[in-house]
Write a protein that binds this ligand. Structure first.
Ligand code: AMP
Length: 400
């Protein structure tokens, strides 16, 4: 951010979409912490920070009478916590672009912070509305986008508003810069060999990522529920395991593509199978290709763990997206734990590792290994789309 913020009003799109409990207390403040460096930088340089964010999905969860549930979705819920973290007073505007916002923004002095009400209280936000963008832009001199988690959405506060600021008065914040820098270590000229570990429930969610990785990765490790669609495509018997019948042909094509691109593809040779989808089900370890009719694969087996670990240990660059099994249940969490530990040790030995995408991030955090990998992305869907090679609207709007 090579901008002079002195005496400037700076509109910063942050991602304060934090989880709240029933008493509206923040249960995980990771996203607030991630936004602090940019906010502090603007304040330290003599600017005034006007912060905007969405929180939840107010338009999808209206009250029975059809009105917005303001009590539940107001950004007021984060003001106290933010104020503590910044160690300064934080003003709050009860509207996003109305009279209050204008008045408070006008009066805001250097070093002060104003939080605008939830951007998704405005009907125009998700439509990328230009009028709303113009009214938001009128509040400030400079626009900074630091909300990586919503960079894949062409909404007003993430994308359209950038049009109303010409360079250099629009820029990425530190978090956004960091996410892009780390994604580029995978996408552009990665240090090889590059191993991508992809897991999670469904092939259908990650088709584009898998295709992209066939071109990019030296080794592609596939675990989790999605592995069974591939195993079926290879003629295996998968019992009641999660298989997307309508994606078996696609899996066959991907297997062919792996051969054509010389990508080493590793599927779990064995699985921890269970006779029910529950923690205390009966379990056994069998070949992933011979799962009996009433059983389902819920985790990778010990042979798979060690084959996957060998590939990871000899990599220079590692991308991990998606758990290896139903890690939420401890009986089926061993595979994911083992991979997390192996990625951490490979990182200690000099590899670059990026963990991106909702549930693998949850897994490394749960295992307290987040600081032992090179980078943990804050944006699930946004990171997925970036790695798929897509141009994210929030990024294009700033880069021009
Ligand atoms: P995703 O959001 O696509 O990364 O998927 C994460 C979800 O996949 C988690 O909730 C896991 O419990 C689930 N999952 C992983 N492995 C399996 C499996 N073998 N069978 C069913 N669900 C799985």
């Amino acid at each position: 951010m090579n901008i002079d913020f002195k005496d400037k009003k700076v509109l910063i799109r942050v991602d304060f979409n934090v989880p709240l409990n029933d008493a509206y207390q923040i249960t995980d403040d990771t996203r607030i912490l991630a936004a602090l460096p940019t906010i502090k930088h603007v304040l330290d340089q003599g600017g005034a920070a006007i912060l905007m964010s969405h929180l939840g999905r107010p338009m999808k969860k209206m009250k029975p009478d059809g009105s917005i549930n303001r009590e539940r979705f107001t950004l007021q819920h984060i003001v106290g916590h933010l104020s503590n973290k910044l160690n300064t007073t934080v003003f709050f505007s009860p509207d996003t672009v109305g009279k209050n916002a204008l008045l408070l923004a006008n009066e805001l002095k250097a070093g002060e912070v104003l939080v605008l009400e939830n951007t998704r209280f405005e009907v125009g936000e998700k439509k990328g509305d230009r009028d709303l963008a113009r009214r938001l832009a009128a509040l400030a001199d400079i626009y900074i986008n630091d909300a990586f988690g919503t960079a894949h959405r062409a909404h007003t506060s993430t994308t359209t508003v950038a049009d109303f600021f010409s360079p250099p008065n629009r820029a990425f914040g530190f978090l956004m810069e960091n996410e892009l820098k780390n994604a580029n270590k995978i996408l552009n000229n990665p240090s090889r060999p590059l191993t991508a570990i992809i897991g999670g429930a469904k092939v259908s969610d990650k088709i584009l990522l898998l295709e992209k990785l066939m071109d990019l990765a030296d080794t592609l490790v596939i675990g989790g529920g999605m592995a069974y669609t591939f195993i079926r495509a290879q003629g295996g018997k998968t019992g009641k395991s999660l298989v997307e019948e309508d994606k078996i042909d696609l899996a066959k094509q991907l297997l062919k593509k792996a051969e054509a691109t010389n990508t080493k593809l590793l599927l779990p040779q064995d699985s921890v199978v269970a006779d029910a989808f529950k923690e205390d089900a009966n379990t056994s370890i069998v070949s992933s290709y011979e799962i009996a009719d009433e059983w389902m694969g819920l985790d990778i087996g010990p042979q798979a763990r060690s084959a996957f670990a060998d590939a990871i240990a000899t990599s220079s660059t590692i991308l991990w997206n998606g758990p290896m099994g139903v890690f939420e249940m401890s009986a089926f969490s061993q595979g994911t734990k083992h991979i997390a530990q192996t990625v951490a040790s490979a990182t200690a030995n000099g590899a670059f590792s990026l963990v991106g995408g909702g549930d693998s991030v949850a897994a490394v955090k749960q295992m307290k290994l987040a600081d032992q990998v090179s980078y943990v992305s804050t944006g699930g869907g946004a990171m997925l789309e970036l790695l798929e090679g897509k141009t994210l609207p929030g990024i294009a709007a700033i880069s021009g």
